[in-house]
Design a protein around this ligand. Structure first.
Ligand code: GLU
Length: 445
């Protein structure tokens, strides 16, 4: 395989799609060797087929705001690859959403889902709709209009969307309600559903819990433990909440949270009261963490700064892509950070990742570490198919086991001769081999 040559062709076919091209390059660089070791990958053009999504639906989403004005947004669903199971992946509603970002996330999702060992293909979707400041009725009308197009593409055996940034339990409810109305079926067509209508226990926490289970494995492998460690996290959404809950429960001290306008520093670590308050912030559709400093005396608000300046043992970026750059990485390394684990999807720039690895830090990419979210979704699909619900403990146990297995796969394919585990390489190779094998088995389709 010639990565540069493949990339030139991809750039020609996908001009200006920076995020997507970067996501592909990262995977290609990791798998170059195994690809060349198996000539049948090349002869079946596996890479060329993997980098071209099966289909992309782009559609208009027209809706009426509370003032009676008609508004128009653009919606997408990218069905990337279904070699190992129905298309599966989230929907993101955010002003920054564009085709390149969604393709990068959809591409990553193929490997992430493969790593979970559950039968799920890769997909991603969303809209350039900004939920900030919108009323619940506006959100509902937007979701209903979005589903008017999406419902034709999805189904429990076809494509099963879920949440992502800007799409939580409330939005899944509105989307599902419209799907049910249009199709006349109460089917397991989405995950992240409410507990009383097909949802699974531990689905909301799944992503965050999974990240902490993964960190526990990384530390264990390196002869360390989580209890007593100082953890800096960014974000304030579902992922940050789940991480804060589980890390605190396991004896770590979580010292920060962040929003786009700055971060909150809690020297002695978040308490259950702080963590519960995170839920209130989300419900009020608030996108900044400043209110923490009004609510809690021990929460210091530091505007327009990032938590990566804090001395910490573990950093877990849980906000959004490219939020942690080279300077942030250098600062963390200088402050003696031991481990960086991606909670969000691609929060660290490629330059930051290289720095971490060069400095010998433990570094885990989101496609391995945050796979607990989609794994819990997979477990929700299983329960829907059985028309049954597992207890909290049953789901949590399965999730913990899945994360242990993902860690083992990364270590299997990513351990270097000197013993350092390159989790990026390990995750890419393990995720890729399974999908590529399935594609070979299924012929040219
Ligand atoms: N958006 C989440 C992710 O990045 C969840 C996807 C899902 O549950 O389908 O993995």
């Amino acid at each position: 395989m010639n990565v540069d040559k493949l990339m030139i062709e991809l750039e020609r076919r996908n001009p200006g799609e920076t995020e997507y091209l970067q996501a592909v390059r990262d995977v290609l660089e990791s798998i170059e060797e195994v690809y060349s070791d198996h000539p049948h990958f090349e002869s079946a053009s596996i890479i060329e087929r993997l980098t071209e999504p099966d289909r992309i639906l782009t559609f208009k989403v027209a809706w009426t705001d509370d003032e009676g004005r008609v508004r128009v947004n653009r919606g997408w669903r990218i069905q990337f690859n279904n070699a190992i199971g129905p298309y599966k992946g989230g929907l993101r509603f955010h002003a920054s959403v564009n085709l390149s970002i969604l393709k990068s996330l959809g591409f990553e999702q193929i490997f992430k889902n493969s790593l979970t060992s559950l039968p799920m293909g890769g997909a991603m979707g969303g809209a350039d709709f900004d939920p900030k400041g919108k009323s619940s009725s506006e959100i509902m009308r937007f979701c209903q209009s979005y589903m008017l197009e999406l419902w034709k593409l999805i189904g429990p055996e076809t494509d099963v969307p879920a949440g992502d940034i800007g799409v939580g339990g409330r939005e899944i409810g509105y989307l599902f309600g419209m799907y049910k109305k249009l199709s006349g079926e109460h089917a397991g067509v989405m995950t992240g559903k409410g507990l009383h209508w097909g949802g699974s226990l531990i689905r909301p926490e799944g992503g965050g819990y999974g990240v902490v289970y993964f960190v526990r494995q990384m530390l264990e492998q390196a002869g360390m433990e989580l209890a007593g460690k100082k953890v800096a996290i960014s974000g304030f959404g579902t992922m940050a909440w789940g991480v804060a809950r589980k890390a605190t429960e396991m004896g770590a001290r979580v010292i920060s949270l962040s929003g786009p306008d700055g971060y909150v520093y809690v020297q002695d670590g978040l308490t259950p009261a702080h963590i519960d308050y995170m839920l209130e912030l989300r419900i009020s559709n608030e996108d900044i963490v400043k209110p923490f400093s009004y609510e809690f005396e021990d929460a210091e608000y530091r505007p327009n700064r990032k938590p990566w300046e804090l001395p910490c043992d573990i950093a877990i970026p849980c906000a959004t892509q490219n939020e942690l750059n080279e300077q942030d990485a250098a600062q963390l390394i200088q402050n003696g950070c031991l481990c960086v684990c991606e909670g969000a999807n691609r929060p660290c720039t490629s330059e930051a990742v290289h720095l971490f690895q060069k400095a010998g830090l433990l570094f885990a990419p989101g496609k391995a570490a945050n796979a607990g979210g989609v794994a819990a979704s997979g477990l929700e699909m299983t329960q829907n198919a059985m028309k049954y619900s597992w207890t909290r403990e049953e789901v949590d146990q399965r999730l913990s086991l899945i994360m242990q297995n993902i860690h083992a796969s990364c270590a299997r394919y990513g351990t270097r001769e000197d013993g350092y585990v390159d989790y990026v390489r390990g995750a890419n190779i393990a995720g890729f081999l399974k999908v590529a094998g399935a594609m070979l088995d299924q012929g040219v389709v």
